[in-house]
Ligand binder design. Structure first.
Ligand code: GBH
Length: 448
């Protein structure tokens, strides 16, 4: 049972649902460019229509209302609201104003993500996150948005998953723009991204009365196989917050969240990268370290760890046949919603909101015309049980399911389905899955 103020929500992102990519003067984003090369997207699809939410937003809000959530998390497309001359685009802004009004009319709280990966292409052409001016451009964009949504939105998330903006896009190179960065460039881009965050927070505090602000990193918690082994739990905590040159440091937690919540990069960062550090000033660190109301976090899976027989701390591989979703990184590890929030709270002492959690399944329409998704239902229940358990120990304020709809799943295109609502991309038809009804019931009973 969650307390009565606990926020139940559902989440989407602009590029994954809107379609209408040429409408009302929207300019090109890095994902438009990336999808032009069919080899970048597993099924060769694109986001030109997907859920068609730019045109169907009123239907979206009806569905959200029927689901019974307290809040709807969506993102704003930078290329819709700022043109190539870096001037506001009124028509693009109008869409988000209308959407917010529709939500508020139905008593649903809008939670706005300012950056969910659709960078304007013209800014990428100027160097993207390697351009030292990027945080000034972001600051201006956030100023325009917060003024346009004045009186409608109080809850802002600056950036979704910095890990994907840097690591997945520039190390793994499977997300747009897909260009490889050297270690030195990664550190510079990370620092610029953190400055974007810091400047955005200041603008929001200035423009928005009673604002609540946070950032939404993602992480894959290290889970102790034996919860009663205190040393193992401690080692998992250390693993989770590791920042080492030989590790996937840009895909982990501390390189972003330590400067934001603790005011400085980890000690190991300065040691491991001493020859290639970006220019980091005291003023920068202060700017990045703005007080935040929430630490949002996207959790999907986790990784188990154990001691081997010689007492060495070791990754515990998933056994053959381990429960998985329909996408390669999605092992079902419900304890992620226990240890993840717990470790984050221990280190950063900031109230936690789960900004994304959800399941990818091989959903299709059955003979009876319905979409049955017992796997997703089971996943949600198991994860919520763990969240409820940890909510008795630490301050957890909310939970958002990813996602309202099946949508454009980035480099997996339209081939991977995460929705509570099924989308038939041939006809545009939307069908509520069984999990939609289940989540609706969970919310009604406040997670009982
Ligand atoms: C989130 O990312 C996103 O915020 C959301 O937009 C997305 O639709 C949703 O989850 C479902 O994926 O190819 O080896 O580099 C989830 C975290 C981070 C998981 C990137 C996959 C790529 C692994 N994702 N990661 S790899």
């Amino acid at each position: 049972m969650f307390n009565k103020d606990f926020i139940f929500g559902v989440a989407t992102a602009s590029y994954q649902i809107e379609g209408s990519l040429d409408a009302d003067g929207r300019c090109k984003s890095i994902w438009d460019t990336f999808t032009e090369d069919k080899k970048n997207i597993i099924d060769g699809s694109d986001a030109k229509v997907c859920c068609d939410s730019y045109l169907k937003y009123k239907d979206d809000v009806k569905l959200i209302k029927e689901l019974g959530v307290d809040a709807y998390r969506f993102s704003i497309a930078w290329p819709r609201v700022i043109d190539e001359n870096n001037k506001p685009n009124k028509k693009g802004l109008r869409y988000y104003i209308n959407l917010c009004k529709e939500l508020i009319k139905k008593n649903i709280k809008p939670v706005v993500t300012l950056y969910h990966w659709d960078l304007p292409q013209w800014l990428e052409d100027k160097g993207g996150f390697l351009n030292d001016e990027i945080s000034n451009y972001f600051e201006y964009y956030v100023d325009v948005v917060t003024k346009a949504l004045d009186g409608l939105v109080t809850d802002y998330i600056t950036i979704n998953e910095p890990q994907c903006v840097i690591y997945t896009s520039h190390v793994a190179c499977v997300f747009a723009p897909g260009t490889k960065y050297s270690d030195k460039e990664i550190l510079k881009a990370v620092h610029n991204l953190l400055l974007c965050h810091g400047k955005a927070v200041k603008v929001i505090r200035r423009n928005v009365k009673n604002s609540t602000v946070g950032i939404a990193p993602c992480s894959r918690p290290a889970i102790p196989v034996d919860p009663n082994n205190e040393l193992l739990v401690q080692k998992c905590y250390e693993k989770y917050f590791e920042c080492k040159k030989e590790g996937e440091y840009a895909n982990l937690v501390s390189i972003y969240s330590d400067p934001i919540f603790l005011g400085d990069y980890p000690k190991s960062y300065y040691e491991d990268f001493k020859d290639i550090l970006p220019n980091i000033t005291k003023e920068d660190l202060e700017l990045i370290h703005q007080p935040l109301d929430f630490l949002y976090q996207n959790f999907y899976s986790g990784t188990y760890y154990n001691f081997d027989k010689d007492g060495n701390f070791k990754l515990e591989p998933f056994y053959p046949g381990f429960p998985v979703g329909n996408i390669d990184w999605l092992q079902v590890v419900p304890e992620a919603l226990y240890y993840g929030p717990k470790f984050l709270y221990q280190r950063y002492k900031t109230p936690i909101i789960i900004s994304e959690n959800g399941f990818c399944d091989n959903d299709f329409v059955s003979l009876d015309g319905k979409v049955h998704d017992p796997g997703r239902i089971d996943y949600l229940r198991r994860y919520l049980n763990e969240l409820e358990r940890v909510s008795k120990e630490i301050d957890v304020r909310g939970y958002f399911v990813w996602s309202l709809f099946d949508n454009f799943e980035w480099n997996s295109g339209l081939s991977k389905r995460f929705g509570l609502v099924y989308v038939d991309y041939k006809t545009g038809e939307r069908i509520k899955k069984d999990s939609f009804k289940e989540y609706k019931n969970i919310i009604k009973k406040r997670g009982e």
